[in-house]
Ligand binder design. Structure first.
Ligand SMILES: [Ca+2]
Ligand SMILES: [Ca+2]
Ligand SMILES: [Ca+2]
Ligand SMILES: [Ca+2]
Length: 413
């Protein structure tokens, strides 16, 4: 792409943990050295993170080295392969990862770069080299923006391997989280295989340890998934056994039912040696939990404004935003439950409000995840425009003429 629309979609977060999304923008390339300064007006000079997503299109059909130079932590995926995993504090350091197979010239490959800055200087640089190409930054002409990945603390995030969506709860007990999962139309996560476990760790591990649906609440030592009650493991670490075809990743010497009270399973977060491994916790411990759905979800915000009171003749725009949607997005605005013909964009404009425009406006949004979601209703109130003195005089004159005419008709009758 050489038309100035290339680059990567950058999500800018106000924490080190890819949470508190503050801004998104297209970055033509990732070749930043912010020193001790700020990377974006909406962020501070420390404790921030970014996620860049999109596609990279190579010029040559060959194996590529992808390079990142960062201060501090970084993870890089190209074509779904984790090429660099240095999610730790460090000064400016260059890391290299090599694609396991040749890339094909002219073919776009998905790329995702997670980055965080802890303190001091901050550098984020993405480059490449190959047999036919010297080491350089990946420039705009080779990049195409993606849709973003999402706020790990608040958003539904799609796992491309199974099309399922995942979202963390606020910290709460296992039972509370189990109830909330149902209210969200999902279930506390069932970890089916190593790939899902790894994806969860790479996506949500920054938030710390998370409850899953694993539990032996109903019967001590009989581990089941909350989703469907399937029994996947029996016993404690000393004598336990996985139930085929399930897969488990218990931490060494877990599950141990410590104090005879640990009946809720989950996965360790962070970057320590136990990260991604499973533990049993006391269910009343207050932790975040991970909710999974087998169907799509849309991260819909708005309408903005949520409500408004207008005077006749005023104008207003209502806006909804679908953050990092999947595939084709469609919009249909409804007024008092009925589709408004032609109102099929993220913004609904009332150019010259009339009394009949009063009502409740909902935007129905669909994407290919697949999901359809209705926004909350924006309530629009329209008040009559009070007569101006001049208009009032004219109206009185008109009334006088009408009365005179009526009188004339009566006299004729
Ligand atoms: Ca730093
Ligand atoms: Ca699952
Ligand atoms: Ca137990
Ligand atoms: Ca334990």
């Amino acid at each position: 792409m050489c038309d100035g629309t290339g680059g990567l979609y950058g999500e800018y977060f106000a924490t080190k943990f890819l949470t508190n999304l503050r801004a998104v923008r297209i970055d033509p390339q990732v070749t930043f050295d912010w020193g001790n300064g700020i990377p974006h007006p909406d962020l501070g000079d420390n404790d921030f993170s970014m996620c860049w997503t999109g596609f990279v299109t190579p010029q040559f059909t060959e194996v590529y080295d992808f390079l990142v130079r960062t201060d501090d932590g970084v993870r890089l995926w190209v074509n779904g392969e984790l090429l660099v995993n240095q999610w730790n504090d460090h000064g400016p350091t260059t890391y290299t990862g090599t694609t396991s197979t040749p890339l094909t010239a002219g073919t776009p490959y998905p790329v995702r770069m997670d980055f965080y800055e802890a303190g001091g200087g901050a550098v984020a640089w993405l480059g490449w080299e190959s047999a036919s190409q010297t080491r350089k930054g990946i420039y705009e002409m080779y990049l195409t923006p993606g849709n973003g990945f999402g706020d790990r603390g608040t958003d539904w995030i799609r796992n491309p391997a199974n099309g399922h969506y995942y979202k963390v709860t606020p910290p709460m007990t296992w039972a509370e989280a189990n109830t909330l999962a149902g209210q969200w139309g999902g279930y506390l996560t069932t970890i089916n295989d190593e790939a899902e476990n790894t994806w969860i760790q790479h996506t949500f591990g920054v938030l710390g340890s998370l409850y899953t649906g694993a539990n032996d609440i109903a019967q001590e030592g009989r581990w089941v998934w909350a989703e469907n009650g399937a029994n996947f493991y029996n016993g404690t670490y000393a004598s336990g056994a996985v139930v085929p075809p399930w897969w488990v990743q218990w931490q060494d010497q877990e599950p141990n039912d410590w104090n005879g009270a640990e009946d809720a399973g989950g996965v360790y977060g962070g970057t320590a040696g136990n990260a991604g491994n499973w533990n049993d916790w006391t269910p009343t411990n207050v932790m975040r939990a991970l909710v999974e759905t087998n169907t799509g979800r849309i991260n819909l915000t708005g309408p903005t404004p949520a409500s408004a009171t207008l005077m006749e003749g005023n104008s207003i725009s209502l806006r909804v935003t679908a953050l990092h949607p999947y595939g084709n997005v469609t919009y249909q605005w409804l007024k008092d439950g009925d589709p408004v013909p032609g109102a099929i964009g993220p913004v609904y404009n009332i150019a010259y409000a009339q009394l009949m425009d009063e009502g409740e406006y909902v935007c129905r949004v669909s994407d290919d995840s697949p999901a359809t979601e209705d926004s909350p209703a924006a309530v629009i109130t329209v008040n009559p425009r009070p007569p101006t003195p001049a208009a009032s005089a004219a109206a009185l004159a008109g009334l006088a003429l009408a009365l005179a005419a009526l009188g004339a008709r009566r006299r004729r009758a």
